[in-house]
Ligand binder design. Sequence first.
Ligand code: CDT
Length: 312
Amino acid sequence: MSRIIRVGGAQLGPLQKSEDRKIAIDRMISLLGQAHADDCQLVVFPELALTTFFPRWNMDDAREIDSYFESEMPNEATKPLFDRAKEHGVAISFGYAEIAEENGVRHHYNTSIIVDKTGHIVGKYRKTHLPGHGEFDPERAFQHLEKKYFEVGNTGFRVWRFMDGIMGMCICNDRRWPETYRVMGLQGVEMVLLGFNTPAANSQRTDEPPGLRNFHNDLSVQAGAYQNGTWVVAIAKAGTEDGHELLGGSAIVHPSGQIVARAKTLDDELIVADCDLDECNFYKETIFDFDRHRRIEHYGLITEQTGVVRPD
Ligand code: CDT
């Protein structure tokens, strides 16, 4: 039985602060339509797809902050996207800012979901590695306040049996950490869906050479794919939002680590690849056959210790 999934990576161009959910959803529906016309079975959208990348703004008013969050999914704004995906029989994945009520307490998470072709949410992931800082930082060229607006996710890196394969998710900064992929790799992951919003400049090193941010993006997703024998679908929100540039470079990465589809613009753009999940097998059964080659007796520090402890 063939396990080829035609995947659409739906990069989004910029969303300005003044633009509402309807603008985002209309554009997502348009990309979904292109993907359906191209016979895609799964369409992956970016992190925080429904709004501008709001962690660049320092806000203290709780109502203003919450205006970027969704407390239900689907909701009035996103239902047309769910309906259209169901109508097309296409599965989707996208990120959004989530308010979750757990044991009577409200929590704020940076979340992404997998929605099957019948419109049901079958997987939810809450971002683990929150980058940036928790308070306004005047030393930075611009703010990245994810630690202020989000709590560390409580889902961990789960995987789901989905579309005849094993799928996982991570979000943006998670892609830079090898542990992210390895925890999913240990559960047999065959495709990692991930969205990102990456500022094109380094707020703490504005003289960084051009291209280095793109290089680090590629390095992270290509290494994660190869070292775990998995497809990685890495999709950006790109372009200039209220004067702040975000990287593009959305890519679909083969389990060999090679990029098989790549966005060329910083705007709404669909990239497509036929992803054969069986192509993971060679890597999982040879060089990265974990069962034969991993040496966990030497890996204890990875879970026992967070920061660096140098020798005396
Ligand atoms: N959204 C997100 O996680 N962005 C981070 C920026 C890090 S710089 C503070 C990323 O890893 O791309």
